[in-house]
Design a protein around this ligand. Structure first.
Ligand code: PEP
Length: 266
């Protein structure tokens, strides 16, 4: 029995505007509220389910969650580190907080690789999110080239060091920081890391936390795996000692596959 509460987080990427979001949340809430035998664990706070819609859909998601009275956490997929200013096209942490977000995904590989986000930017976002009381879901992971060169651990360690460089104390983690190991080559490709490889890297992340913070932090922080998680591969991943849930892209866009992952993984 794992000590940490499993977290199944759906990263919708650039999918689902407000109307589709409302429909999805209602359907998901009905499934959760209606299936007491399976989802009683959600009510008992033994499992956490979260959705991460696009910015414009956050408010609608929040009101749909509230009116269904469902225990579904809400997060954004990104944020800026400043509260306001001349940053055309950006959305601040204060804004996503006002829409009801408890979480924010930071450092997703699509942000790093398509939009050129640097470790420095991610570090500033981490500090801001924590200062605002928003829990970061920090994504780390290596490219295929880095993996083939045997650099997985050193890349992940470098990303962690940068993200936490100004967050030096174990108290920082009390907010509930989540780390997601997402190998870049596994995201959206249908090619998931093997259970053993995913476990090895998640254990490595936990050992990083132990040596850079303390053993309490290492034992408390939830580490998710992300990259082509599907209902039929969730069980193997979730039975690994150091994997506490999944960050799910494509398969979280459909209620039945999202639910399938949760049921098979819990
Ligand atoms: C993701 O976007 O974080 C992700 C893991 O995507 P997918 O599940 O589609 O690989």
């Amino acid at each position: 029995m794992k000590k940490r509460i499993p977290f199944f987080a759906g990263n919708w990427k650039m999918n689902k505007g407000p109307s589709e979001t409302e429909r999805f949340v209602k359907e998901l809430a009905t499934a959760i509220v209606g299936d007491e035998a399976v989802f009683g664990a959600v009510k008992a706070n033994e499992i956490e389910i979260g959705v991460f819609p696009p910015f414009v859909s956050l408010e609608r998601a929040k009101s749909a969650i509230e009116s269904a009275n469902a225990l579904i956490s809400l997060g954004a997929q990104n944020m800026h580190w400043e509260d306001s200013g001349a940053f055309t096209g950006e959305v601040s942490g204060t804004m996503i907080k006002e829409t009801g977000c408890q979480y924010v995904i930071l450092g997703h590989s699509e942000r790093r690789h398509i939009f050129g986000e640097t470790d420095d930017m991610i570090e500033m976002k981490m500090r801001k999110a924590i200062a605002l009381g928003i829990k970061p879901v920090l994504c780390v992971g290596e490219t295929l080239e880095e993996r083939d060169k045997g650099m997985t651990e050193s890349v992940v360690e470098g990303q962690l060091k940068e993200a936490f460089k100004a967050l030096g104390t174990p108290q920082t983690f009390e907010i509930g920081i989540v780390i997601a190991y997402e190998p870049v080559w596994a995201i959206g490709t249908g090619r998931k890391a093997s259970d053993e490889d995913a476990q090895r890297v998640c254990a490595f992340i936990r050992s990083f936390l132990e040596s850079n913070f303390d053993s309490h932090v290492a034992q408390a922080v939830r580490i998710l795996y992300g990259g082509s998680v599907k209902p039929d591969n969730a069980m193997g991943l979730m039975s690994q000692q150091d994997i506490d849930g999944a960050l799910i892209g494509g398969a979280s866009l459909d209620v039945s596959s999202f639910i399938g992952i949760i049921k098979n993984g819990m």
